[in-house]
Design a protein around this ligand. Sequence first.
Ligand code: PGA
Length: 249
Amino acid sequence: MRRKLIAGNWKMNGVRASLSEIARLAELTDRDQRRRHDVLICPPLTLAWTSALAALGSGILIGAQDCHANASGAHTGDVSANMLSDLGLSHVIVGHSERRADHAETSAVVKAKATAALGAGLVAIVCVGETLAEREAGKAEAVVGRQVRASLPDGFDARTTVIAYEPVWAIGTGKTATPSDVQVMHSFIRSVVKRMARTEASAIRILYGGSVKPGNAAELLALPDVDGALVGGASLVASDFASIVKAAG
Ligand code: PGA
């Protein structure tokens, strides 16, 4: 049985007043749910430390949205994976499509970041996903397969690495892939992982992301190869995110 991971990505949203959402999330989810599943919030870095304090004792995990591939050095404005784990964070998202698009991150860069994350003792959440044009051209599996092969760190395992499938056209648009498209893609991703690391394929967690909301979460999370969700917009409001956690069962 794979443990579900329900992850919230706040992106570039939130100021100190938003910390109350973390306390509220702890109130709205019960301890059993937080024990059964991993519940993670990735706030902007400015709130990482205060979020970790706000989550103390609740079982809610706090992670980051990106890291640099190097451990230290002359990289103005960047933050290393070591710095994140020094802060007590548990996870880091790498290769989100917004980073791939806004910062021209290639899968090679994403792999270097994921490698750094594992080296620092963090769990890497490696994002992959096709654009609408790629899907319409019938290339979704080819694109995602290539991203998975090129982005996962060498020697990855199911304990330290999570994959998030996020079709780019479903992010922040209110459109979700149909449950059957999601299941087909997740099962395809698992088959790619099997060719890379046979022993990890059945244990690795594959999250779905892209307009996951309280209204569609139960259906998506019930799919056999969906092991959790990466939630953007709906993670900003504790009551919505708590409903998604509840939908995980
Ligand atoms: P969304 O974002 O839930 O707002 O579509 C998902 C994501 O980008 O991780």
